[in-house]
Design a protein around this ligand. Structure first.
Ligand code: PHE
Ligand code: FE
Length: 290
């Protein structure tokens, strides 16, 4: 995930200068591989007809259906042949500058641990299932792969402009929780959704959340929650359009405008929004009452 609350400011013992660590594939236990298989089986049944065609193509091209936690070296060789990206292991969250440097150079940083069997439905830290099953298939799509690398360069720039808050929201509402409009209807591509059994249904089928047309400045003004289902999903018309608008827009003047405008609370609809589904917010109210 993108939210960074960094405790460390230098690589921990055993990590390289760029914070990478060996995946340690041979250390996974049979039980850990079985956890991956359980998660994989459950998600892959749910995703046809719900996940974006690009995501499903990536899953297939990378042969993620093979059993067990993928070996990052083998996975990276397949991925690199498609889009130049590789997957590297890191010990949990890394500093922003390190994260952006890897992204800009087409290295996706992934956790190497897997959740415990009692955490199948939710955990806050990104594990190997979230990072690999959730993120890596989209990186096999050439356009999305370019978007992710451009995002890394954008991050390096945003750091110098004290604008990470805004750029992180773009990551959140696209890479993590994005929806796309395809010929058959709305589909999910965000890693936080495709790797979650419950949010896969919630994001597409539940009447509670708003589904709004993606607008760059609007998204960057929008607050988000990291520990619950989203109340806003933003829908892109295509990855080429997402890439085009983010690459062609100079974010420097945009950041200045955003710093002068109020943030938009989660679940709020503003007059300029193109609303695809107006949410009932019943889910949020239910939570408040509980
Ligand atoms: N165009 C952005 C900038 O001027 C960089 C960027 C591209 C950010 C793509 C995110 C995604 O900073
Ligand atoms: Fe993530």
């Amino acid at each position: 995930m993108a939210e960074e609350t960094h405790v460390l400011d230098r690589p921990p013992p055993g990590a390289a200068a760029d914070w990478t660590v060996p995946q340690g594939w041979h250390r996974y236990t049979a039980a850990e591989h079985a956890t991956w298989d359980t998660l994989y089986a459950r998600q892959s049944r749910l995703l046809p007809g719900r996940a974006s065609a690009a995501y499903l193509r990536g899953l297939d091209a990378l042969r993620l259906s093979e059993r067990g936690i993928p070996d990052f070296e083998e996975l990276s060789d397949r991925l690199e042949a498609l889009t130049g990206w590789r997957v590297v292991a890191v010990p949990g969250l890394v500093p922003d500058a390190v994260f952006f440097d890897h992204m800009a150079n087409r290295r996706f940083v992934a956790g190497n641990f897997i959740r415990r069997p009692d955490q199948l439905d939710y955990l806050q830290e990104p594990d190997v299932f979230h990072d690999v099953f959730g993120h890596v298939p989209m990186l096999a799509d050439p356009v999305f792969a370019d978007y992710a690398a451009a995002y890394g360069r954008g991050g390096q720039r945003a750091m110098g402009m004290d604008a990470l808050k805004y750029l992180t929201r773009l990551y959140w509402y696209t890479v993590e929780f994005g929806l796309i409009e395809e010929a058959g209807g709305l589909r999910i591509y965000g890693s936080g959704i495709v790797s979650s059994f419950a949010e896969t249904r919630f994001a597409l089928d539940d009447p509670s959340p708003n589904r709004l047309r993606f607008d760059l400045a609007r998204v960057m003004r929008t607050e988000y929650r990291i520990n619950d289902f989203q109340q806003n999903y933003f829908v892109v018309p295509g990855y080429d359009e997402l890439l085009r608008v983010t690459v062609e827009t100079d974010f420097a003047p945009l950041y200045e405008r955003l710093k002068a405008s109020p943030d938009i609370p989660v679940a709020e609809i503003v007059p300029e929004d193109e609303v695809l589904t107006r949410g009932t917010q019943a889910y949020v109210r239910g939570r408040a009452a509980a």
